[in-house]
Design a protein around this ligand. Structure first.
Ligand code: NAD
Length: 459
């Protein structure tokens, strides 16, 4: 079979950037062009201040950029030059009309595909990398056929991305699996993409299947991951009410090999750009397929997550003596999880909104989320920003605060000198650990009123 020499990736976001950088490093004979219509983002990828933070990403980009990795706003040229085009654009949740709040908004995918069909002068393999509902391949193939220039042929593949933010580079270098879905005549193209991955991924980790199964595997995987978090969070509420410890329960449950310990950590809830959106998309897909019981089952994963977030925020406001009116509350962490600067859909923003509604003044610190993003996220939720200050360190945020609320599990919060922090806080000093990071006995010995999700309260 022919070999690929040029790959274009449309969408220079959290997926497009890191995946292209890793692929470029592993496939020195292939030229990768990452194209995006957002010129500020492309400029950032071409600068020393990349738009995405991931451990190891800076070095990779520095190594490959201008060698076989290029970032451009010239989407059309990138399409023309490539034999294979990866679509890694965002597929957010629809915000109006039929399926609002659940269905995936596919307009970015549609625009890319129209562009590809209109511009392409030679045959192309078109690869869905974005997370899309099962059946999207049909829409993609339909558009390509309708707008294709005479004699130009397209082959559609589904190759969903499973990397996890915060460990993207490690996941991409050593994926648990790579899935490549294809239909009928596109099966030879499956081989073409397989050969790209075989340059660094062991053969038995590359699964080939039909297109619909590949698309659905991604939604199902995210739904099951989110479901584990909601399940342990539901148990955390039982633990608090019953006086049990969710960490011990998770160990007890997770040591069953059929269940496993990974992804069984209780927390303030899941966030990020994918879990909520993809579970909602599965709910909508199930409804559309006339499976209301299935839709209801998955929608409970989302309901439990909202419950956990508000339950935690309510605990803060009901525990601090006299309520939160005019009190300074330090929020440590804002990213939706540690290891990333991503704050999309972060539970931290929702907790902050709740605390602001109770009259608190917030002092927020996150080591990786840009200050402006912190303000933007709160503004999106309708928060009054005059009561929010963004701080340059955890110590600064905690200075004079009545309570510290830990919202993201950054390791540096473990290393804080909690004794000095205690000295700088208003008394009584409270710590609410939404990430099960801190050691309750130590914190209580230092004098804190300490609350941790899923654990008994101070004796
Ligand atoms: P993102 O918002 O960070 O990046 C998407 C990029 O696509 C943006 O820079 C945007 O400007 C660009 N874009 C949109 N429409 C375009 C068009 N018509 N032409 C050119 N560029 C266009 O999104 P992301 O987090 O990288 O996610 C991309 C897809 O991958 C989504 O479907 C997501 O569900 C999926 N995914 C994300 C992750 C993750 O961890 N973020 C993991 C696996 C899968």
């Amino acid at each position: 079979p022919p070999k690929v020499t040029h790959i274009c990736c449309i969408g220079a976001g959290y997926v497009g950037g890191p995946t292209s950088a890793v692929m470029a490093a592993q496939c020195p004979d292939i030229r990768f062009t990452v194209a995006d219509t957002d010129s500020a983002r492309i400029a950032a990828w071409n600068s020393s201040n990349l738009p995405v933070y991931e451990k190891g990403l800076d070095d990779l980009v520095k190594m490959q950029r201008s060698v076989n990795l290029f970032f451009t706003t010239d989407v059309d040229s990138a399409i023309r030059q490539a034999e294979m085009i990866l679509i890694a654009v965002n597929t957010p949740t629809k915000t109006r009309g039929v399926g609002s709040g659940k269905a995936a908004d596919l307009r970015n995918v549609e625009m890319c595909v129209r562009r590809i069909a209109t511009v392409a002068e030679t045959d192309k393999v078109v690869v869905e990398r974005s997370t899309v509902p099962c059946g999207t391949g049909q829409m993609v193939a339909g558009i390509l056929d309708e707008f294709a220039k005479p004699g130009v042929q397209f082959h559609v593949l589904s190759n969903p991305e499973f990397m996890s933010e915060g460990s993207a580079i490690a996941n991409l270098l050593h994926p648990d699996r790579v899935i490549i879905g294809a239909h009928g005549t596109s099966q030879w193209a499956q081989g073409l993409l397989r050969a790209v991955y075989e340059q660094w991924v062991p053969r038995d980790r590359i699964l080939t299947m039909d297109l619909w199964s590949a698309e659905l595997s991604k939604l199902a995987a995210n739904a099951m991951l989110a479901q584990r978090i909601s399940s342990i969070n539901a148990i955390s509420a039982v633990c608090e009410a019953a006086g049990a410890s969710v960490k011990s329960v998770a160990d007890g449950v997770g040591s069953d090999r059929r269940i496993g310990r990974d992804f069984l950590d209780a927390s303030v809830g899941f966030g990020g750009s994918c879990f909520h959106k993809d579970v909602a998309s599965l709910v909508w897909l199930s409804q559309s397929l006339n499976l209301p019981e299935v839709a209801e089952y998955w929608s409970q994963v989302l309901a439990m997550n909202s419950f956990q977030i508000s339950r935690f925020a309510r605990t803060v406001s009901q525990t601090v003596v006299g309520g939160l009116e005019d009190k300074r509350i330090a929020c440590l962490g804002f990213a939706y999880k540690s290891g990333t600067g991503d704050s999309r859909n972060t539970p931290a923003a929702e907790v902050c909104r709740y605390l602001l509604d109770e009259g608190a003044h917030l002092a927020v610190y996150d080591p990786k989320v840009p200050d402006q993003h912190i303000r933007d996220r709160m503004e999106e939720l309708g928060c009054d920003l005059s009561q929010v200050s963004v701080c340059a360190s955890a110590e600064e945020a905690a200075d004079g605060a009545q309570a510290v609320v830990v919202l993201t599990a950054w390791k540096q919060f473990l290393a804080l000198d909690w004794e000095i922090v205690y000295g700088s806080m208003a008394k009584p000093a409270y710590v609410f650990d939404g990430q099960l990071m801190l050691e309750p006995e130590t914190m209580r010995r230092l004098g804190y009123h300490f609350y941790q999700i899923g654990h008994p309260r101070s004796p």
